[in-house]
Design a binder for this molecule. Structure first.
Ligand SMILES: CC(C)(COP(=O)(O)OP(=O)(O)OC[C@H]1O[C@@H](n2cnc3c(N)ncnc32)[C@H](O)[C@@H]1OP(=O)(O)O)[C@@H](O)C(=O)NCCC(=O)NCCS
Ligand SMILES: [Zn+2]
Length: 222
């Protein structure tokens, strides 16, 4: 099948269960655990033992190591490597050349068992900006937004906007990518509504939680 024909078959908005995976003829896919509608582009390498969900888009020069887990509808832009013990939840955006890690203090001469590698979890709907670095052992909260070039060394709350090295929270970002009118220091229990889309949020101990009102709210529902 030509690239174009395969692509039109695997348009993510049209993908349905049972649809084939599109693998560019110059990509190397060794895993069998890859969901329907996912597209893998040129010079990407997905190793045996990697798990990739459905309708994800794996762009040129991406590397996914055995043991890594990637969810559904994830966008992985060019040049990103996802290592063993890294979990990328559904609907995450990984910007070009962002860096994930799995060894907190590596030395070439020290070979570590898998159990000594530090797990990293990128929560559903989070965005990692271009060239950001995520030092291993952290959790990025659901819907968090990591600015371009940020170095993340600690957990990031849900829907927090962080920038800089080391990452500092400068605001809160809606699922629609509009900045919320809510101070970083907002107290637990405070609420806000996005000016752009109307999603409602409440501050919790782990960042913002989406309220289920006034309408079915998360992106999967759109
Ligand atoms: C973070 C981002 C969304 C902008 O957020 P914002 O809060 O609207 O940014 P503003 O322009 O209002 O700047 C607010 C402050 O944050 C700083 N800032 C913004 N983005 C920054 C970044 N990536 N790194 C460091 N500081 C940043 C600004 O310098 C400013 O600081 P100041 O108040 O001391 O002057 C944007 O800069 C960004 O990084 N987007 C990601 C782009 C990307 O990687 N896309 C990948 C796909 S191509
Ligand atoms: Zn919004």
């Amino acid at each position: 099948m030509s690239t174009l024909a395969a692509l039109s078959k695997s348009n993510p908005s049209a993908a349905s269960p049972g649809e084939e995976v599109f693998v560019h003829p110059k990509a190397l896919v060794e895993t069998t655990d890859i969901g329907p509608g996912t597209r893998v582009w040129a010079f990407a390498h997905v190793m045996e033992g990697a798990r990739v969900g459905a309708r994800s888009n794996i762009c040129d020069h991406v590397f996914i190591e055995g043991g890594a887990v990637v969810g559904d509808r994830v966008t992985i832009k060019n040049g990103v490597a996802i290592w063993d013990r890294v979990t990328i939840e559904d609907d995450v955006f990984l910007g070009p050349n962002c860096v994930l890690t799995n060894d907190f203090a590596p030395r070439a001469a020290i070979r570590k068992p898998r159990s000594d590698l530090a797990p990293t979890r990128i929560g559903a709907h989070a965005t990692i900006g271009a060239n950001a670095t995520i030092v291993c052992g952290v959790g990025i909260g659901r819907g968090a937004f990591i600015g371009a070039g940020t170095v993340v060394i600690r957990d990031v709350p849900a829907f927090a906007l962080v920038v800089g090295n080391p990452a500092r929270q400068t605001g809160w970002m809606c699922a629609c990518a509009n900045k919320l009118r809510l101070p970083v220091s907002a107290a637990i229990g405070m609420s806000t509504t996005c000016d752009a889309c109307g999603r409602a949020f409440t501050v919790t101990g782990q960042g913002l939680a989406l309220a289920a009102v006034p309408f079915p709210i998360f992106l999967e529902a759109q």
